[in-house]
Write a protein that binds this ligand. Structure first.
Ligand code: GDP
Ligand code: K
Ligand code: MG
Length: 293
């Protein structure tokens, strides 16, 4: 059997979390149009007949180290390269940015097999453009393995999966074959709520928003979840709550439906919005919210 760790690397919004979810056939890492949606390292375990690929989804690599949150994200992305056997590096099939060159240098130094996945090829309508982009990527980032994919439309994901397995070492599976992630349901629940907030409120809300599960009660008929949405200012609190509580209600019901799917049980979800000032700029506040792994 093949088995090992596979890092998903790339700048924000190239589609790392979408790829991981679609490789696993289940949503365990939240996604959105907003960069910095993924804040924590999360494992996605894919066991097939030929082996076990343990994908490590990471926050994107950032070029702005000014804020404490960004420093945390970069540390997480870099420490991911330690202890993995294969790297899948995603670039956006429509454009790259100078920052991709920096990532390229980092990956070259890592000395591990790298698969360059050119993502979002579904957006490229004509073949010529795609071929030209592909040829240029091949020259610029001269890795042995390069593959066009669409994480969203699931194009070429089987080929990618096959290539990953080939590059992994021979080893017995590390996780039981039915386990798909290392994160407890409580954590996934908080992430789902954060995804709904990000999707409904998009650019209106800063990155500073976070979700904390205060109580998670499993009963035979229903799971009761009490969560706090932390924001930085009272103006943000009003945005999250919305007129007569409408926004919070919608976010709560979006989240509840996804959580019910995840845990396959009825859910009662109660959301509170509270103010905690300046947390993203303050390392201690970050730690108190669990950003310490
Ligand atoms: P991450 O920041 O790298 O984890 O990126 P996400 O997985 O959160 O995706 C960022 C955005 O790109 C989301 O709106 C996705 O729906 C979109 N996206 C991801 N993969 C594809 C793809 O293959 N094609 C298209 N058209 N959009 C994609
Ligand atoms: K994103
Ligand atoms: Mg992500």
């Amino acid at each position: 059997m093949k088995c090992g760790y596979v890092a998903l690397i790339g700048r924000p919004n190239v589609g790392k979390s979408t790829l991981m979810n679609h490789l696993l056939g289940q949503k365990i890492s939240i996604t959105s149009r907003k960069p910095q949606t993924t804040r924590h390292r999360i494992l996605g375990i894919n066991t097939t007949e030929t082996g076990q690929a343990i994908y490590v989804d990471t926050p994107g690599m950032h070029d702005n180290e000014k804020r404490a949150l960004n420093r945390y994200l970069n540390r997480t992305a870099e420490t991911t390269l330690v202890g993995v056997e294969v790297i899948v590096w995603l670039i956006d099939g429509l454009s790259w940015q100078p920052y991709d060159d920096l990532i390229f240098k980092k990956l070259e130094q890592a000395g591990l097999p790298v698969i360059l996945a050119v993502n979002k090829v579904d957006k490229i309508k004509d073949r010529e453009t795609l071929l030209a982009f592909f040829a240029e990527a091949q020259q610029r980032f001269a890795f042995e393995h390069i593959i066009p994919i669409s994480a969203l439309k699931k194009t070429n994901l089987q080929q990618l999966e096959k290539l990953v397995m080939e590059l992994l070492p021979e080893r017995d599976p590390i996780y039981p074959e039915d386990q798909i992630t290392d994160r407890p349901e409580r954590f996934l629940t908080a992430e789902i709520i954060r995804e709904k907030l990000t999707r409904r409120l998009g650019d209106e809300l800063p990155y500073s928003l976070t979700v904390e599960i205060e109580r998670y009660e499993e009963n035979p008929e229903i799971t009761k979840i009490y969560a706090v949405i932390w924001v930085e200012r009272s103006s943000q609190k009003s945005i999250v709550i919305g007129k007569q509580g409408e926004m919070l209600k919608k976010i709560g019901s979006d989240a509840r439906l996804d959580i019910e799917k995840l845990i396959d049980q009825k859910v009662y979800l109660q959301l509170w919005v509270k103010i905690k000032q300046g947390w993203s700029d303050n390392d201690r506040a970050l730690r108190s919210l669990g950003f310490n792994d």
